[in-house]
Design a protein around this ligand. Structure first.
Ligand code: MG
Ligand code: ZN
Length: 389
């Protein structure tokens, strides 16, 4: 303490003696420079995240998110965000995007056509997040409730001109630098047209593969890389007994990727909110949304404790033109009216829609995600706040 007091006295003396020789204008300028300098250093420390967790709810617009506020029994974890933005989502050739172009925008910062996985509009390969960060010793993980070779996760590690090439995407996953993955899609590895068994490729590339179920961290802690393939194609629906696979796999992924204290990037997708929208099946949609909301909760619990993790929650597009409409009813004299006391979930399409999509951010660097921007900016902003590029 005495040392500090002496230091402050010496510092004041120096400043005062400099100031004596300066005009008031110059003193103000010096103060401004000093303030700018101190602000710069303090924000720099607080806004550079070590880890990034990107949670994608496929096919989720504001109405889907709103359903958690009406139909989830516990408070929605979306309420825990302070920083919210909005995003335009059109693809390079279409106003209404699909998941491939949407995820390619997130994973590579490039606008491409619907169906494109990690390639630009001219079909040339574009570097994706997994490739960029793996070369810097940053660990990576992919989780989905679809097949792990489906459009959204695939765009983060693969390059194919069509999302339908899931068998080729499986080969590219096995040869990728991904450290952890969990989802469905086993048939694209072991029941293929070319009769190859890509599970062998995974094993020879240091993956410990499990096709039975999620395990605990202690049983995989000695593995270099880990992959769970727990369904032939997509995982079961929540209503078919998938249980807490998504929150559990996401927690396990975080534990595995952070075990050596290395920085990590994790993408975890609630894939089937989109499928509920395509089916115009409101109970399916809402149950999958609530499962995703629970996953947000687990991730925020970790990020709050960790303090060095940026969490981004968003979607590639809206599906179904979903609306929490008031319920249509008929009075005794047969006249139609809208009962504002009751919600009726309605749809306007079995496809996607072009409405702006919310973005929620938490943790160091979160402020960067407020405002209105294009979906490719998700990639740019991640790169900017992490300095990973
Ligand atoms: Mg998807
Ligand atoms: Zn879709």
């Amino acid at each position: 303490l005495i040392f500090m007091v002496i230091l402050i006295k010496v510092y004041t003396f120096i400043i005062l003696s400099i100031c004596k020789k300066m005009t008031p204008k110059k003193i103000l300028l010096l103060l401004a420079v000093l303030m700018l300098f101190s602000c710069n250093t303090s924000t720099k420390n607080n806004t550079t995240p070590k880890n990034v967790i990107l949670l994608i709810s496929d096919g989720t617009g504001l109405s889907q998110i709103s359903s958690a506020f009406y139909f989830k029994e516990t408070p929605s974890n979306y309420q825990r965000f302070q920083t919210i933005g909005l995003m335009t989502t059109s693809s390079s050739r279409e106003d209404v995007t699909d998941s491939a172009a949407g995820a390619t925008a997130f994973a590579a910062g490039v606008k491409s056509y619907n169906g494109a996985i990690g390639v630009a509009d001219d079909s040339t390969m574009v570097k994706n997040l997994v490739e960029i960060v793996s070369s810097k010793n940053i660990k990576t993980g992919m989780i989905a409730t679809s097949s792990i070779t489906h459009a959204t996760p695939a765009s983060f590690y693969a390059h194919v001109i069509s999302r339908n090439f899931e068998e080729e995407i499986a080969v590219q996953l096995a040869e990728s630098d991904i450290d952890f993955f969990a989802g469905g899609g086993l048939q694209f590895f072991n029941n293929r047209k070319d009769k190859q068994n890509i599970l062998n490729t995974l094993t020879s590339n240091n993956f410990n593969i499990d096709t039975i179920g999620l395990t605990t961290l202690s049983s995989i802690t000695n593995s270099k890389k880990v992959g769970y393939l727990l369904a032939k194609q997509g995982m079961d629906r929540i209503s078919e007994g998938r249980g807490d696979f998504l929150p559990k796999a996401t927690e396990l992924g975080i534990q595995f990727l952070s075990k050596d204290n290395q920085p990590f990037f994790l993408m975890s997708e609630g894939s089937q909110i989109d499928w509920g929208g395509h089916d115009n099946d409101a109970p399916y949609l809402v149950s999958e949304l609530i499962d995703f909301d629970n996953t947000i909760g687990k991730v925020l619990d970790f990020a709050e404790q960790d303090g060095n993790t940026l969490v981004i929650v968003t979607s590639d597009h809206e599906t179904g033109g979903f609306t929490l409409a008031s319920k249509k009813k008929y009075s005794t004299d047969g006249e139609e009216y809208d009962d504002y006391k009751e919600i009726e979930m309605t749809f306007s399409t079995t496809g996607h829609s072009a409405s702006l999509i919310p973005v929620f951010a938490f943790g160091p660097g979160a402020e960067e995600f407020s405002g209105i921007y294009d979906n490719t900016a998700i990639f740019d902003k991640i790169m900017k706040v992490t300095n990973w590029e």
